[in-house]
Every structure is written in structure tokens, then in C-alpha cells.
Design a protein around this ligand. Structure first.
Ligand SMILES: Nc1ncnc2c1ncn2[C@@H]1O[C@H](COP(=O)(O)OP(=O)(O)O)[C@@H](O)[C@H]1O
Ligand SMILES: [Mg+2]
Length: 356
């Protein structure tokens, strides 16, 4: 396995808070970071790195210059166009690779991939028009959720369909005519697992954590998840099976539903650090961001133990105004992302509190 030593330059595609926290972890281990993104230097990640290329994903010259400047590339946004990643990979290692992205960017592809491995998901159908949607609702039943196949996040591009709903206009409501209809899972809880995998196949997962969402946006992550050892082991097995089968180098984060009868179903996956892994910054032996750096640079993976049970709460929109009182709270660990405008629904920071 190639070792990329401290002192080297890590390239990050994307400039949001996940890139920012990855860059800070990289700096702690003595790496330099060069970020490539369409956003300006004042982005969440741009603010904390010395090297920044502001260019579009189609700008092959800028991509080539970027590839020449860095020693390895990773990404903090799974929707980087695969053509850009394939182009970069002709020059330098990009982890995770385009094969992983092409599955993770497409809800139909990711669910089909899981099913192919014998891993359960909500029942689903790819639907592109009203006729297919009508047929799919008849097969899957209602309630169900219609989602845009690509680019959705924080519950955007989704519509819940209930019995008796008029389906006309459903595609307009989600803003896409490439969609997936998913049966509604009456889950007991939502959990996730962040797995790290290296080029030599070594693999290590954080324990499953429990996620609560509000209006489609992650609100809290509770560590560890209140699930049986069997369910926890199954969740880890699932995440590791997908990461191995996709030959992920870096991180794979898998969101799952635990059903009332104890089954574990995959909801979605992201080949990058995950919001539900932010607790690791303060309450795990190694943070998910450092683990990503270790994984892509061929360093030994760090231990993944929980230092203390905790709850991570996202600061969304003007929740961030609470920063002063959070700072005054003993034990609370505050992280702010350097975003200027606290628009409703925007992730501005998070706080993690120990629960014992
Ligand atoms: N098939 C489903 N059944 C029940 N709830 C769902 C289903 N799909 C999504 N949800 C709920 O909506 C949330 C957001 O959906 P998700 O597919 O994870 O999209 P996003 O990319 O926006 O995170 C999930 O975490 C879950 O709470
Ligand atoms: Mg999700």
C-alpha cells in the first residue's frame, strides 16, 4: 500500500463543512490541503486552507493543474461529476473512486447494489412519468415517498404520497422527472455506520449511532444507538460488506432503518464523512475526519472506541445564535462552520454533549 507521508498535499473536492473538518484533521497530522470547488475562497473549507482553486467541474485545465499540485485526492461531496473524477484519476489517486460515486449518486443504483448483496431496502421502483408512478404506487402501496433519483439532500426533492393523493404534479413537486418511488418504512429507529477502508482491504467501523430527523434534516445523533448487540453487528456487517464490495478507499457512511421486527434496511449511503459522525471529533478515539486522512494516505487506521456516550445536535439556521450559552455550558463541545448567512435549514455548526 502506498504511503503518502505527512508533509504531502491532500486535494479535497468540494468546499463545505465536511471539507473544512477534513482539512483541519489533515493539518493536525502535518498535511497541507488544496481544495478544488466552484465556491469562493470564503467557503467553509476555503477559509482554513492555504491552497484553493475556484473553478467549475468541467474546467479540465484547472483540474489538471490541481492534480499536478496534490499527492492524493479525496472528496467531501458525493455529487462531484464522475467525468471530473475519472479525469483526475488519470493523473493521481482519487479516493473514493468514480465507481463508488456512480453508485452513491443514484438512489436506484445504491438500493439495487444493496439488494444484489442480499441486503434489504425499502421496496422501490424507478419512475419517470405519471403512468409509471401510478403503476408503482399500485405495486408498492401507499404511503410511499417519491424522491429525485439524484442530488437530493436534507430531505429536499422528496414528497410523501398518502392514500387518495392526486399524483398529478408529483414530479413537479420534487423538481425532477427522474425519480424513485420507495415504500414507506414504518421504522423503529434510524441508525448509521461510518466505515473506513484502505487499499489493502483493512476495514474498521465506528459503532452504530441513532439519528433523529426534523423536516428531513438530521437533528440529533445519539451515541451509541440503543439497539441489541445482534442488530449492531448486522448494521456493521452491512456497511462493511458494501464498502468491501465497492472497493471503497476512504469512508463509507451508511444510513439504515431498524424495523419493528429487528431487520436492518439500507436507506442511503455516502462515500465521505457523515453528519452523524461528527460526534467522533470529541468523543471517539479517532475522529472520522482523521480516519479519512489515514485511510487515503495508507496510514494505520485509528481506534474507533467511544470515549463517552454523547448526543450531537445540529445547529440549523438561527439555532447558531445560541453559541454564547453553549460555550458557557460545561462539557458542551461547539463547532461552527464559518458560514456567514444563517438561512433557514442551513447547517451552521453542531454541538456535542456527553450524556453521562
Ligand atoms: N422509504 C422511507 N420510509 C420512511 N422514511 C423515510 C424513507 N425515506 C426517507 N425517509 C425519511 O426521510 C429522511 C431523509 O431521506 P433520505 O433518503 O435519507 O434523503 P436525504 O438524502 O435527504 O438525507 C430519512 O432519514 C428518513 O427519516
Ligand atoms: Mg439521508
Amino acid at each position: 500500500m502506498t504511503v503518502i507521508p505527512p508533509g504531502s498535499i491532500i486535494g479535497i473536492l468540494g468546499a463545505g463543512q465536511l471539507g473544512r473538518m477534513t482539512a483541519l484533521a489533515a493539518a493536525r497530522l502535518g498535511y497541507k490541503v488544496h481544495v478544488f470547488a466552484p465556491e469562493s475562497m470564503d467557503s467553509s473549507c476555503g477559509q482554513v486552507v492555504a491552497h484553493h482553486t475556484q473553478a467549475g467541474w468541467h474546467d479540465l485545465r484547472a483540474l489538471a493543474r490541481f492534480a499536478d499540485d496534490v499527492d492524493v485526492i479525496t472528496l467531501e461531496w458525493e455529487n462531484v461529476p464522475t467525468y471530473a473524477v475519472e479525469f483526475l484519476a488519470r493523473h493521481i489517486g482519487v479516493h473514493p473512486g468514480a465507481n463508488v460515486l456512480s453508485v452513491a449518486q443514484d438512489r436506484v443504483a445504491e438500493k439495487s447494489f444493496a439488494n444484489k448483496l442480499g441486503i434489504g431496502t425499502a421496496p422501490f421502483r424507478a419512475v419517470r412519468n405519471l403512468e409509471q408512478l401510478t403503476q408503482a404506487t399500485a405495486e408498492i402501496g401507499l404511503p410511499a415517498i417519491l424522491k429525485s433519483t439524484r442530488m437530493g439532500y436534507d430531505g429536499k426533492g422528496q414528497l410523501r404520497l398518502n392514500p387518495g393523493d392526486d399524483l398529478t404534479g408529483a414530479f413537479d413537486a420534487i423538481g425532477s422527472d427522474e425519480a424513485i418511488l420507495e415504500g414507506f418504512v414504518d421504522f423503529e429507529r434510524e441508525i448509521s455506520v461510518v466505515t473506513a477502508r484502505q487499499a489493502d482491504g483493512s476495514i474498521l467501523s465506528y459503532p452504530p449511532v441513532e439519528n433523529r430527523h426534523k423536516s428531513g434534516i438530521l437533528e440529533t445523533t445519539t451515541v451509541p444507538a440503543a439497539i441489541s448487540p445482534d442488530v449492531a453487528a448486522e448494521a456493521v456487517r452491512i456497511a462493511e460488506a458494501i464498502a468491501s464490495e465497492l472497493h471503497v478507499v476512504g469512508l463509507l457512511s451508511v444510513e439504515m432503518f431498524v424495523t419493528r421486527d429487528g431487520r436492518v434496511l439500507v436507506n442511503e449511503m455516502a462515500p465521505r464523512p457523515h453528519n452523524s459522525g461528527h460526534w467522533t471529533l470529541d468523543f471517539a478515539e479517532t475522529s472520522q475526519f482523521e480516519q479519512l486522512v489515514r485511510a487515503i494516505c495508507g496510514l494505520p487506521l485509528g481506534p474507533v472506541g467511544v470515549i463517552a456516550p454523547c448526543v450531537m445536535t445540529n445547529l440549523i439556521g438561527d439555532d447558531v445564535d445560541q453559541w454564547q450559552s453553549i460555550l458557557a455550558e460545561p462539557g458542551a463541545r461547539l463547532h461552527l462552520y464559518g458560514k456567514g448567512d444563517a438561512r433557514p435549514g442551513r447547517k451552521m455548526g453542531h454541538v456535542t454533549r456527553p450524556t453521562v
